[in-house]
Ligand binder design. Structure first.
Ligand code: AMP
Ligand code: ZN
Length: 321
């Protein structure tokens, strides 16, 4: 098979047959054009890239770095050893060191002052859903408190298509309304909300994988939801649809990006009575669960050493994590 651009032997055939050099050029220039067209990044922006150590978020950080944007990276220990562990941290830290990119690390447990096993148990939802909620909370809060104006994630077209399928099938009105916000750029609608950018919105997981391979980036993906091991039914559905309609994920991403925002999504933010973070309720979802957990003691052990929930709450109000 030959590269459709230069005629050399092709190294990949994802959306078209390309050699290594043409693939890298094509991948990076598509993202550069997206950033310019949709004004994802302006000269005043300070960019924080959330990097898990997987192929998508590492590709996101690499491509922004290669395109000359000045970025910093945040890696979060989510408290689930299959997802984040010393290896994922090392991979991300080394990636940053080699490129002279500022690296930040924090753990959910320390940030929130709770034991994560207890938090996941008391959230009474699937662990991935709780983890997603915590990531949104922590990424936004950390970015804002450290003066970043845009938060970049490695969400790609496959994620967008999966979310789209889920939202349609679940019948959950909030998820459905949120679709209108799912675009390469989600602007800030509240002074405490940092704008989100998704530079890989029109890139496929397979392309991100090829990109890390060709750029020789060491990857340490989560073993629960990695590209190869991901067993959830949404991914399986997506793969089956793509057997008959190869550009399905990209078509969904393109359609969503073109939809006007009708303003139906719930944008009525108020500030959480406990932590001050933006929320649509009086107390945010994170604080509601945290209230049910025992605060960590200074030694890092879980346990309420005297004091009532009410006292603990008062202390929390005084010094948010
Ligand atoms: P996920 O929620 O696992 O689908 O990840 C979506 C995006 O969130 C990734 O592309 C990353 O940008 C970011 N992300 C996920 N997990 C972490 C983590 N542990 N630390 C930093 N960023 C993360
Ligand atoms: Zn709160």
């Amino acid at each position: 098979m030959q590269c459709v651009l230069c005629g050399k032997t092709a190294a990949v055939n994802i959306t078209k047959a390309l050699c290594r050099e043409c693939f890298l050029k094509d991948y990076e220039s598509r993202i550069r054009r997206l950033i310019q067209r949709e004004k994802l990044i302006t000269s005043q922006d300070r960019i924080l890239v959330a990097v898990s150590g997987g192929k998508d978020s590492l590709s996101c950080a690499q491509v922004l770095h290669t395109l000359g944007y000045s970025i910093a990276v945040l890696h979060v220990d989510v408290g689930v050893a299959a997802c984040t562990n010393p290896r994922t941290r090392n991979v991300v830290e080394r990636f940053c060191e080699e490129r002279d990119i500022p690296f930040y690390f924090l753990s959910f447990s320390e940030y929130l002052g709770v034991d994560m096993d207890e938090f996941f148990r008391k959230a009474r939802r699937p662990r991935c859903a709780t983890c997603g909620m915590l990531k949104r909370y922590v990424f936004n809060r950390f970015a804002r408190e450290n003066g970043f104006t845009k938060l970049a994630t490695g969400h790609c077209a496959d994620d967008v298509a999966r979310y789209f399928l889920k939202a349609w099938v679940s019948g959950n009105r909030e998820s459905f309304l949120w679709l209108e916000k799912l675009k390469p750029l989600t602007p800030s609608l509240h002074p405490r909300v940092v704008a989100r950018i998704r530079p890989l919105f029109f890139s496929l997981e397979q392309e991100n994988y090829a990109y890390t391979k060709f750029r020789e980036i060491v990857v340490a993906g989560c073993t629960m939801c990695s590209f190869f091991l991901r067993k959830d039914s949404w991914t399986e559905m997506l793969h089956r649809i793509e057997e008959v309609r190869r550009d399905f994920a990209l078509a969904i991403a393109r359609t969503l990006a073109r939809q006007p925002e009708k303003g139906e999504a719930n944008d009525t933010f108020q500030e959480c009575r406990i932590c001050g973070e933006p929320t649509s309720r009086e107390i945010c979802a994170v604080c509601r669960v945290r209230e049910r957990c025992s605060p960590l003691t200074p030694t890092g052990r879980s346990g309420r050493q005297g004091g009532t929930t009410q006292e603990a709450r008062q202390k929390e109000r005084g010094s948010p994590p």
